[in-house]
Design a protein around this ligand. Structure first.
Ligand code: UN1
Length: 512
């Protein structure tokens, strides 16, 4: 466990930081972080007291007031340095993510790569905070819009992407001139502490431009720290990744004070497989999408909607592929899938499977909890395939586990699209087909209703260059690429009169 030392993780860690200063010397309750990989206690984290939360939020607000005046490309230069630092620490940080929350090492490294990628993206963005220039209807007038920094951005991240989601938000927020205040999941706080340590050199070497508080961290429970953050008038935007239940509460509290939210909530992502699909490709995509991160990505493949003519073939290929999956320590690169986050998640997995059966579905393969010395943490489960109808209550719900539902469709691709859209969530979706008409139908206005719609690619593993997020109960927010940066700024419309008279818009005359 050399990576723990490399990343500055100690037996007991303070859980509040304003950058170079650590607060939280042991007054708040302690979280004992246990690895789902081997059940060992990794380290303890002291959570924030209300007073410590307040100090961090005050520091973040103060940092914003200075940082907003730093020219954006100069801000981008700091983000570039953060990206460099992440390159140096990619391996140990990827390993810690894997050990703390259980995703495979490959995916842990991929998550850190996602951080590096968003840094690069944000550096470029720092020179491109474009607004439009509009044509004024009045003579000798000029009109344009201008994007200004917003303030402190609250970032509530989930255990499944304990570091990447922070970076999508924090790096864009930073180039846009904002400070950020990060509340990571209390199920994966060590990865957040490690990131804060990784930033330290950059902050120290650039303390002439980077104010203390620019990247602040507050670890604590949802009811103490989380609720405080949602209610905090100093935080004009809160970006929340988590369950629909958490997001609905956050949206209401923040809207109650006219704050903004960016919500990235549950998904119930489907892959449609039509008779015109390349089946081996479709099967690979389904397996990665369903078992990657042990089915705990928001974008995990939860439903596979297959044409009746090829249903049996797809079911057989999938079952064969599942039989070859190796489950075990995710740091061992021979394994495909690691554990779930904790034993409560295992109980959810078991409960969901019991409901599948009770509601008339069928478990085709898997369905059990792994036993044996390698699985002593009690968090390892078998990846599972079920045959179901789309309208079962359990299928309409997001279960954060490696359970994939096979659903049959008949006739035209529009029937598959109807099934795919017939769930409350709307994050990611995909179709496997080599038929242009089917693909374009799926992408059309009458097609997928999700924020992400892929052709011949699975539902998970989006690149950072596109806007990430979804519709309906997924919350409607967009993070990461495209023009998601605009969500972190306030738009100002300016009209300038360079003439000698004062014509009114809409031709109104008003003489005094
Ligand atoms: C999430 O699960 O919250 O598209 C994020 C993906 C990753 C991000 C998932 N790039 O699967």
């Amino acid at each position: 466990m050399q990576f723990l030392q490399t990343l500055g993780i100690e037996k007991e860690n303070r859980g509040v930081s304003t950058g170079l200063t650590w607060l939280g010397g042991g007054k708040g309750p302690m979280i004992d972080v246990v690895s789902p990989v081997d059940g060992h206690a990794i380290a303890g984290v002291f959570t924030a007291t209300p007073a410590e939360y307040d100090r961090a939020a005050t520091a973040a607000r103060r940092a914003f007031l200075r940082w907003r005046e730093v020219p954006p490309p100069r801000r981008g230069d700091i983000v570039r340095r953060i990206g460099q630092q992440l390159r140096i620490y990619k391996k140990p940080l990827g390993a810690l993510v894997s050990y703390e929350m259980g995703k495979s090492l490959q995916e842990g490294l991929g998550e850190v790569q996602e951080m590096i990628d968003i840094c690069d993206f944000a550096v470029g963005q720092s020179r491109q905070l474009y607004g439009y220039t509009m044509a004024s209807e009045r003579p000798e007038h000029r009109m344009y819009d201008h994007y200004h920094p917003l303030g402190v951005v609250g970032i509530v991240s989930a255990f499944n992407f304990p570091v990447a989601v922070w970076s999508w938000n924090a790096m864009l927020a930073a180039v846009c001139g904002n400070a950020s205040l990060w509340k990571p999941s209390s199920k994966a706080p060590l990865s957040a502490i490690a990131v804060q340590h990784i930033l330290a050199d950059v902050l120290r070497e650039n303390d002439d431009v980077v104010p203390e508080g620019l990247f602040s961290l507050v670890i604590g429970s949802g009811s103490s720290v989380g609720q405080r953050l949602l209610e905090d008038e100093r935080v004009p935007l809160v970006s929340v990744t988590g369950s629909t239940r958490v997001g609905r509460h956050a949206a209401q509290v923040v809207a109650g004070r006219f704050g903004r939210t960016i919500l990235e909530l549950g998904g119930n992502n489907a892959i449609i497989v039509t008779p015109a699909a390349d089946l081996p490709m479709a099967v690979s995509a389904i397996v990665f999408g369903a078992v990657g991160t042990a089915g705990q990505r928001c974008t995990s493949t939860r439903r596979v909607i297959v044409h009746a003519d090829i249903y049996d073939r797809v079911a057989a290929s999938l079952t064969r592929a599942y039989a070859g999956l190796r489950i075990g320590n995710p740091l061992d690169e021979n394994n495909h899938m690691g554990p779930l986050i904790d034993t409560a998640a295992v109980a959810d997995y078991q409960r969901a499977l019991a409901q599948v059966v009770a509601q008339g579905g069928q478990v085709l393969c898997g369905g059990g909890v792994m036993e044996g010395p390698e699985y002593a943490s009690g968090c390892y489960v078998q990846p599972t395939i079920c045959a179901v109808e789309n309208n079962l209550a359990i299928v309409q719900d997001e279960t954060f586990a490696p359970i994939v539902y096979l659903i049959r469709y008949r006739g035209d691709v529009s029937n598959a699209i109807t099934l795919q859209n017939d769930v409350p969530q709307g994050l990611s979706s995909a179709i496997f087909t080599n038929d242009l008409r089917e693909a374009e139908r799926f992408l059309s206005a009458a097609g997928s209703d999700c924020g992400i719609a892929n052709v011949n690619i699975g539902t998970s593993g989006a690149e950072i260059g596109g806007a990430f997020g979804g519709e309906k109960e997924t919350g409607g927010g967009r993070e990461s690429g495209s023009d998601a940066w605009k969500g972190y700024m306030r738009r100002q419309t300016t009209t300038i009169n360079y003439g000698r008279s004062l014509p009114l818009a809409q031709g109104i005359s008003f003489d005094i």
